[in-house]
Design a protein around this ligand. Structure first.
Ligand code: ADP
Ligand code: MG
Length: 257
C-alpha cells in the first residue's frame, strides 16, 4: 500500500472580503504532494498563487475545503513548513549568524544541538566565514542562501517558496536556483515553488501545476521529465524536452504581451 500524500489539498476555494465586496481568489483547487516532490505553481499575475501558498502554510485560516499535512489540518505557525518569501527579509542590523538563528529564536528553540545544526548548514553552503558579517556585506545570491539556511535551520519538512528568486538579476537567479535545488535535495525536503518564470519552474520541478486567471483553478498538471546528463536546474535547460514543456505551458498561460 502506498502511503498517503504528505500534503493533501482538497477542494480549496477562497474569497477575500473587502469593503468593495468579495474577491474570489481560488476556486476548487485539489492536489496531492508526496514526500520529496518539487511542485512548481505557475499562473498569471494575481491568479491566487500566493494565496494558495499562504493557505498551505497555515497563514490564512478562512477558506473552503481542507488542507491536510500528514493527514491533519495545518495550524498557523506549523513547524512542518518553512516559508521563503520574495525578498530575503534579512535584518540589516543583525549579523549573518544572528539572522540564521532568528527562526529558532522565534520558536524558542535555540540550544546546543540546533546551533550546531545551523553552524553546519552555514559551513556546508560556503557561508561560514561570513557568520560575523552583516547582510549589506553580502551579494544578492549569498543573501538568498542565508535566507534559505535560516529557513532550513528550523528543520521544516516542507519548503514553500513564493517568487523567492525574482528579486535577483537573471544570472544570479540561475546560480541561486541551482544552489537552492541542490541544497533542498540534499536535505531531503519537499518543496512547493511559486514563480512567474516558466523556465525556472520547468528546471526546478518534478511537476508543474498551471493555474487559470483569477479565481485560480487548476488548468493542467505537467509531469516534467528531462533527459540531461546532470540533473541541475542549469543543465536541465539544455534538455531536448525543455522547449516542448515551455511552449505548452506558455500557450496555456495565454500571456499576451
Ligand atoms: P498571485 O500571487 O498569483 O499574484 P495573490 O494570491 O497575491 O495572486 O492574489 C490573488 C487575488 O486576490 C489578486 O487579485 C489580489 O489582488 C487579491 N488579493 C490578495 N490579497 C488580498 C487581500 N488581502 N485583500 C483583498 N484582495 C486580495
Ligand atoms: Mg504572489
Amino acid at each position: 500500500m502506498q502511503a498517503g500524500p504528505l500534503v493533501d489539498v482538497r477542494n480549496v476555494s477562497m474569497k477575500y472580503h473587502t469593503p468593495e465586496g468579495e474577491i474570489p481568489a481560488l476556486k476548487d483547487i485539489s492536489m496531492e504532494i508526496r514526500k520529496g516532490d518539487f511542485i512548481g505553481i505557475v499562473g498569471p499575475s494575481g491568479c491566487g498563487k500566493s494565496t494558495l501558498l499562504n493557505i498551505i502554510a497555515g497563514l490564512i485560516a478562512s477558506y473552503d475545503g481542507e488542507v491536510l499535512i500528514h493527514g491533519k489540518a495545518v495550524k498557523r505557525g506549523s513547524r512542518l513548513i518553512g516559508y521563503m518569501p520574495q525578498s530575503d527579509q534579512l535584518f540589516e542590523w543583525r549579523t549573518i549568524w544572528k539572522n540564521v538563528l532568528l527562526g529558532l529564536e522565534v520558536q524558542n528553540n535555540v540550544n546546543e544541538r540546533t546551533e550546531a545544526f545551523a553552524r553546519q548548514l552555514l559551513e556546508n553552503y560556503g557561508l561560514k566565514e561570513f557568520a560575523r558579517a552583516f547582510p549589506s556585506q553580502l551579494s544578492g545570491g549569498m543573501r538568498q542562501r542565508v535566507a534559505l539556511i535560516r529557513t532550513l535551520a528550523v528543520n521544516p519538512e516542507i519548503l514553500v517558496l513564493d517568487e523567492a528568486f525574482s528579486a535577483l538579476d537573471y544570472q544570479t537567479r540561475l546560480v541561486v536556483a541551482d544552489e537552492v535545488k541542490q541544497i533542498m535535495v540534499k536535505e531531503n525536503k519537499t518543496a512547493i515553488l511559486v514563480t512567474h518564470d516558466i523556465s525556472e519552474a520547468i528546471s526546478m520541478s518534478d511537476k508543474i501545476v498551471v493555474l487559470t486567471k483569477r479565481p485560480g483553478s487548476i488548468k493542467s498538471i505537467h509531469s516534467i521529465e528531462l533527459t540531461c546528463s546532470d540533473n541541475t536546474p542549469m543543465k536541465s535547460r539544455e534538455a531536448p524536452e525543455f522547449r516542448h514543456y515551455f511552449n505548452s505551458i506558455w500557450k496555456e498561460l495565454d500571456v499576451h504581451v
